[in-house]
Write a protein that binds this ligand. Structure first.
Ligand code: PEP
Ligand code: MG
Length: 895
């Protein structure tokens, strides 16, 4: 294997092998830009090191060859006593991990070459300062010594000499300090600081490899979803010095304004300094434009290079450069990082300049960035005091009085006051409170806990798992450290960062959301004359229009209330892909379901409950269908995992036991307990759900179908265009589907006849079980359409309980790299994705153009949308708030 590439051998597309920094140094070298000679050691070498625990032997010989080539090019030798070559050894992974791994500068200095450097530079002070920096950096990063050993010695020296700045120490001071540093190394490690320059290089390379697996690097990668398996490259580059006096300096710049996208000169510059000084912010930098008066030649050259790079990369680049005694050198470039708003502005700006096409512009923005722009924001300039931090579960900014339960939350809402619902964790019982509250804060649970999932679905701000919270719901008291909050005390939560603040923090609405829901004019108006915001709204509008014109996928929404239906239409949904009817029975209506399920079959009580439910359902559909007029509305027959609808068995047992012990009357509860025991399931998610419940429990599906078809028939008669579709959940066998279908067809036919209208209501099934996917060719005989329920399909394909795993062992799985991302968040292509593919193939083998859609949470996940586009699905359906994101991502997938 080839482990080493000279900068002249690689290019920008070799990031996997050369890392981002190495690939871009190679690209700049190829473009003929002034890059100091050097070479890159590949990520292959790093992976080999990490696997075997030692540097591959052939790497050593290759490094010799490439090092000699650099020496020959420059006519200098590494660590030479008269004219030394010095190098920097820098990490550089495929994805930028700023500050996470090691870098060592001035490698090659030793007791002899320091004199050589002093001679050539004509500056002994500079040479000795470089040497003491090397010993310090080497000691800390390569030998893993406590950095304070060195910085303490430095401080002590400055104190003794009565100076403030490092630079004010004399050459003799620096010599003495270097000796002290070397002594520290010897004492701490038992070995002297290596005088052999090649030995230094080899140790640095190994240290960079090792730094891939430091704790902080691992944590960073987990957060950024960078696989642990990639490894880092190592760049060995000739040192150039920005600290060789007043004609030297170093800086960073952007090829255009990273926030507005406008072209111009943006950057900072520091005279007589090394790169670290700029980043560390020790000294005040000058705006790049000042360089024009200080060093016109370098300034003009730099501007020319900026233009070359931008034209070449067709994007905004950021650049690190150094000027050594009037000579400009490029040390790094990459496509520049930017905020979500800047990404949209820059992409359209580049289109206007005809640097990129509109399709390319779609590649430059993402659904994740659009999401960020859609949530209300805390005013960036507002003051705030952070009191806790949890997980950023559902983005947005919410401020309100602390409330501890549904009653309080609803009372606040009815008075038009904003509330933050604070719970240890939430369950379906808390739904009314969550609806009423402005935001939700929990002490326990991860990003996929009930609170998080429900809040995201509602577009409600949520911070969960803020472990510092001590909540006493009975006493209605929240403690964080020694602070105590009571009902009504104001707090603010930021669902984008997970931060919790004390007191009021000013919140602003996002003009982008106003645009997405009310059109361009309203969006622009919401900018209140702010030019930057107006540019942003225009940019988002242009890219959304282009995405819509490109995409092959339709985007529908998951909506179960008239409000959600309206919001879906506002956000541009082309129908409802999933109306979860069981959600229509949560809250107050839950009791009705409870009564229906627990009452004796054929009893009056059951019939009354069913009649009441039918009345309510009819009302629901009569409200929703007109909102969706002319658009498909897929109504899924009830799919309640029973544990979400029945009283908790243990709670009830305790209640009865306590009542009996006290000799109190509890006949009702005892009756209930018997019924709950009868229905109790150890594994409700695999239990009496979906079509199983419908077949087991006479009358339930029928009443829903009657309600839907009846509402549609009446609307049709009134001249409307209702387009309902009936969907059967959790089907595993064609026999289940056939049974329900026959029942449904009978009801439809009789209502059609009764009302004298023809309705054409498609009847289809969800594919949520492996068996459904594997037998979809049989199911297709009885189905007009299929919708992949990828939540349950993930649960059943993996055998992971979707309710439990995320908080329990997923964190461990993610940490260990067993999972890169939760399969409930992004579709697992290999497994669940394959199941979708098989289901689609099977279904199409029976009915070539059967309509296939997706309605699991994955329908709103960017990565997954791409996959469904490849599978040539007709649509994805996601929560209303994700509709714009799915539209954008579907456009990107097609472009
Ligand atoms: C699914 O399982 O993917 C689905 C959409 O249904 P639910 O989430 O309601 O189980
Ligand atoms: Mg499901």
């Amino acid at each position: 294997v080839k482990y080493v590439y000279d900068f002249s051998e690689g290019d920008k597309d070799m990031k996997d092998l050369l890392g981002g920094k190495g690939a871009n140094l190679a690209e700049m070298t190829r473009l003929g830009l002034p890059v100091p000679p050097g070479f890159t050691i590949t990520t292959d070498a790093c992976r080999a090191y990490l696997k075997d625990g030692e540097v591959p032997e052939s790497l050593g010989t290759e490094v010799t060859r490439y090092l000699r080539a650099v020496e020959d090019k420059l006519g200098r030798k590494l660590g030479d006593a008269t004219d030394p070559l010095l190098v920097s050894v820098r990490s550089g992974a495929k994805f930028s991990m700023p500050g996470m791994m090691e870098t060592v500068l001035d490698v090659g200095l030793n007791d002899k070459s320091v004199e050589g450097l002093a001679n050539i530079a004509g500056d002994a002070h500079f040479a000795w300062d470089s040497y003491r920096r090397l010993v310090q950096m080497f000691g800390k990063t390569v030998l893993d010594l406590d950095g304070e050993l060195f910085s303490d010695a430095l401080e002590e020296m400055k104190e003794k000499r009565g100076v403030k700045l490092d630079m004010d120490l004399t050459t003799d001071d620096l010599k003495e300090l270097t000796e002290q540093f070397k002594t520290i190394v010897k004492e701490q490690t038992g070995h002297p600081f290596p005088q052999d320059p090649r030995e230094q290089v080899d140790q640095c390379i190994e240290a960079v490899f090792r730094s891939w697996n430091t704790e902080r690097a691992r944590i960073y990668r987990r957060r950024e979803r960078i696989p642990h398996s990639l490894g880092t490259a190592v760049n060995i580059c000739t040192m150039v010095f920005g600290n060789m006096g007043e004609t030297s300096g170093t800086g960073v710049c952007f090829t255009r304004d990273p926030s507005s996208g406008h072209s111009g000169v943006y950057g900072d510059y520091l005279m007589n300094a090394q790169g670290e000084d700029v980043v560390a912010g020790i000294r005040n930098t000058h705006p790049l434009s000042d360089l024009e008066t200080q060093d016109k030649k370098s300034y003009d050259e730099l501007l020319g290079i900026m233009r070359t790079l931008e034209t070449h990369y067709k994007d905004m680049c950021d650049i690190e450069f150094t000027i050594e005694r009037g000579k400009l050198w490029m040390l790094q470039t990459r496509v520049g990082k930017r905020t979500a708003a800047a990404a949209f502005r820059i992409a359209t700006q580049l289109v206007d300049e005809k640097l990129i096409t509109k399709d390319e512009a779609l590649e430059r923005v993402s659904g994740a960035q659009l999401t960020q722009l859609m949530f209300p924001q805390f005013d960036a300039s507002a003051e705030r005091t952070m009191i806790a931090k949890g997980m950023a579960a559902s983005p947005g900014a919410a401020v309100g009085g602390v409330v501890f339960d549904n009653d309080q939350a609803e009372a606040y809402a009815s008075q038009g006051k904003k509330a933050i619902l604070v719970r240890r964790e939430t369950n379906p019982d808390d739904l009314p409170g969550m609806v009423a509250a402005e935001g939700v804060l929990t002490a326990r649970g991860g990003k996929t806990s009930h609170a998080a999932v429900v809040a995201r679905g509602m577009g409600k701000t949520c911070v969960c798992g803020a472990e510092a919270l001590r909540i006493d719901a009975t006493a209605r008291e929240l403690r964080i450290g020694d602070k105590v909050f009571h009902s009504g005390d104001i707090i603010a939560i930021d669902g984008t960062t997970g931060e919790v603040f004390e007191g009021e923090v000013a919140v602003e609405d996002s003009p982008v959301t106003t645009y997405l829901t009310h059109g361009l004019e309203a969006g622009l108006e919401a900018c209140k004359g702010q030019k930057e915001d107006e540019d942003l709204v225009h940019a988002v509008a242009r890219l959304m229009e282009h995405a819509d014109s490109r995409r092959a996928l339709d985007v529908r929404a998951n909506a179960d209330t008239p409000e959600d239906a309206q919001r879906s239409v506002d956000f541009g949904a082309q129908g409802i892909g999933l109306c979860r009817t069981e959600h229509m029975f949560l809250g107050k209506r839950r009791k009705l379901i409870e009564r229906a399920i627990l009452s004796e079959p054929d009893s009056n009580e059951r019939q009354e409950a069913l009649d009441e439910l039918e009345k309510l359902q009819t009302g629901d559909f009569e409200k929703m269908l007109p909102i969706m007029d002319g658009l498909p509305m897929t109504v899924r027959l009830i799919d309640p995992p029973l544990h979400e609808f029945l009283p908790d068995l243990v709670d009830l047992e305790v209640k009865v036991a306590v009542a009996e012990a006290k000799g109190e009357e509890c006949e009702e509860d005892k009756k209930m307990l018997t019924a709950v025991r009868r229905m109790h399931e150890a594994n409700p998610m695999l239990g009496l759900r979906g079509v199983r419940l419908g077949l087991y429990f006479d009358g339930l599906f029928e009443l829903q179908i009657r309600a839907l078809v009846g509402a549609a028939a009446r609307l049709k008669k009134a001249g409307k265009d209702p387009c309902p579709e009936i969907m059967v959940p959790l089907v595993g066998s064609v026999n289940e589907l056939r049974y329900v279908r026959e029942e449904a067809e009978k009801i439809i036919a009789s209502i059609e006849q009764e009302c004298g209208v023809e309705l054409n209501i498609p009847i289809g099934a969800m594919i949520e079980l492996p068996r459904a996917a594997l037998t979809a060719e049989a199911l297709a005989e009885e189905a007009d359409f299929f919708s992949f329920g990828t939540n349950d399909l993930t649960q059943t394909t993996w055998g992971f309980s979707r309710d439990d795993v995320e908080g329990v062992f997923f964190p461990e799985y993610l940490e260990k790299g067993i999972l890169g991302v939760s399969p409930f968040e992004t579709i697992d292509r290999r497994g669940v994705g394959r199941m979708v593919e098989i289901g689609a193939e099977n279904a199409r083998s029976t009915k070539a153009d059967i309509k296939l859609g997706v309605c699991g949470e994955h329908g709103g996940d960017p990565e997954s949308v791409r996959f469904f586009d490849e599978m040539e699905m007709a649509y994805v359906s996601c929560s209303p708030f994700r509709v714009p994101v799915a539209r954008l991502e579907a456009g990107r997938a097609a472009a």
